[in-house]
Design a protein around this ligand. Sequence first.
Ligand code: ATP
Length: 473
Amino acid sequence: MPAPNIDTIVSLAKRRGFVFPSSEIYGGLGSAWDYGPLGVELSNNIKQSWWRWLVYDRDDIEGLDSSIILNRLVWKYSGHETTFHDPLVDCRECKTRLRADKIEGKCTNCGSTNLTEPRNFNMMFRTILGAAAEEDDPAALAYLRPETAQGIFINFLNVQTAMRRKIPFGIAQIGKSFRNEITPGNFILRTREFEQMEMEYFVKPDAEHLKLVDEWVEQYLEWFKSLGISSENLHLHEVPAEELAHYSKRTVDIMYRYFPERAEEERQWEELMGIAYRTDFDLRSHSSKPADEEGKRLNSDSTEDLSYFDEATKQRFYPHVIEPAAGVNRTLLAVLMDAYSEKTNDKGEMRVILKLSPQLAPIKAAILPLAKNKPEIVGMAKAIKRSLQPVLRAVYDDTGGIGKLYARQDEIGTPMCVTVDHQSLEDEAVTVRDRDTWEQERVKVAELADYLQRRLKATAPAQPVAATTSLEI
Ligand code: ATP
């Protein structure tokens, strides 16, 4: 049973230190959220899983970390300055500002249909570079990136030549992006500052691009399942031609059921990620060579031609690109919603268990002393914590009775609790309790690290096989 709604997660996330409303002591900041001690671990674990899966397990993808602030010309030639906007309308009754394509002609605040005509609102955040620059100096204008992808395109040749790569290959990047969203909301689902995991996969111009989109969709579905997300809560949405971004010939969105409480099937889903066929649009438009029919350069600012020379065919071309673009925050929310479950104990009390996949759990094992006033027990528990730390993330906790401590670890998704009791002092053994079944087993301290690692592996959903795409490309 996943979480009944996002609000359940908002409250758990704050109570247990995953995500806090940002700037709360000053009344908050609309759509900004801070990741607490457990949230930062969960987020890091998601990013590590992604990086391992794409950059380490495969042999055809390199990593990159490009700047957030790029030369403004990047956004001119990528098309974002002229086309990266959402349709904005104002409600004439209650003055609420709304995104026209999300409201079906009706104000979501007061229900009125008395709305202004839609007008375009560019979502890029502006900033001014340099201490001496005037506020309105166009030469000093810069943007915070609205996607990480452009940092990859402008580095295509750097990576390809430095790493001596042949096509097909990909470049992966994780980082913050910024969009001045008209209507941010629904917790971390839509915020103005968020984190993306994007990958540009460069292929030949005559590759089977549309099929490659399907292949990447399949691979991502497997990856999401390996994070513990149930396939019942995932579905595919083929973006209609009239809604495609300016660079896309085909986009398939993987949707997650973020709103299970809503009645209509349609409105239960929101985009988790998108897989787009971006053609050669970006590499071509950042290149110095392409010219119009009269021979005039289309890009008069670039100093490089981002084309690729294929040794085998002796042909030069602009690689085409398949782009899977996923959000860290939306993945984290989907993971939390899917992991949420409730269980009644034998006293009839309801307990929350966060059934996080062991690879994502912020803490893998909690070491708990049965009696915190017994120095020998406390000493042994702390020594066990220290000995486990090099192999897995462990914590020591003695801030309550054992029942409370178990309940707290269940609620934050710790797969295993290790209890040190009076008997442990004699038999050098501890009790290991399983989060999901609440079953307990006695394990020798000397075998504990191996035992825990084995159990963590055994209960994790299978990692997808690192697949280098099999199609003719
Ligand atoms: P939407 O239609 O929901 O605004 P999009 O289609 O504009 O999203 P993309 O440009 O495809 O989003 O960005 C790739 C991914 O980045 C999204 O699938 C999502 O996971 C994440 N993302 C985009 N915008 C936001 C945002 N405002 N807040 C959080 N994550 C976001």
